[in-house]
Ligand binder design. Sequence first.
Ligand code: ADP
Length: 311
Amino acid sequence: MIKMNGVIKRYGNLVALNQFDLNVEDGQIYGLLGPNGSGKSTAINSMLALLSIEKGEIKLFGQRITPTSYAIKRNIGLVPQEVAVLEDLNVQENVDYFCGLYVSDYRERKRLVDAAIAFTDLDKFRKFLPKKLSGGLKRRLNIACGIAHKPSLLILDEPTVAVDPQSRNAILEGIKALNQQGTTVLYTSHYMEEVEQICTTITIMDKGKGLLTGTKEELKASVNLGDQVDIRLINHKAEDMDTIRSLPYVVKAELVEDHLKLEMARGESRLASLFHVLERQGIGMAEMSVRQPTLNDVFLEVTGKELRDHV
Ligand code: ADP
């Protein structure tokens, strides 16, 4: 549905997209995950021909897109990063205005507008002007305006920035529901938890480049990170660490006070074996935790920096 090959976009000397590739297929919720300034909005604006690119090829629905490709654009819904609604129109009029850019039949439009308002749970606020809405409700209005004409491709650029947790969850669940109804979704975010929660395929990007692409399981497997296991030990001796380090599934092991901190390949499935070894050594165990790698760990591994530091 979206193909970008070798795209280069500069703003003056700054290379915002550097040989950027993207391949979004029908039916996916595709996540573009990267810190602020990594080029996510530039990628979206380029694919919609809102920006001109210096090099590379972009196709949507198998066709090259130009600023006047109205037939293609009719199939696309865009929810931009900045809330873009008309301040003089109330909620219902706003959704009707944006839907009216694509659908001229009044009855059909009324049905679509009502459906979009119901979908974003804005019924109670139909007559409200945008300035009377909270940040979360404004975001939902922004989404209602983007989806009312029932696009087959929906592009959302960081739709949950500065949104309260309840609205955020409603937005994420809404996106999943739209996808189940057949909408392909491209979703950008710098929140790895959101991308993990809803996206079927993810590209991690930084400095205008796609670094890794795959399902979240594939991304985690590709950097070969183990699970982080933390066990508080009782009765351990310094030489026990040699035995623990020699276990084939232990990637890293260190003792911090009485906490044994391990990185273990496929940790959870090896815990029984580890317990057995500790028992044999006469080591007692108090509390324990297992943490599976997150996309933040993957980002750290491929870029050498924390995703969180850059938000
Ligand atoms: P993201 O969406 O991931 O936050 P952007 O695509 O907005 O990233 O920005 C990518 C880079 O391009 C950043 O360094 C940003 O400062 C720069 N940039 C974005 N828009 C412009 C512009 N209109 N003029 C100059 N630089 C820009």
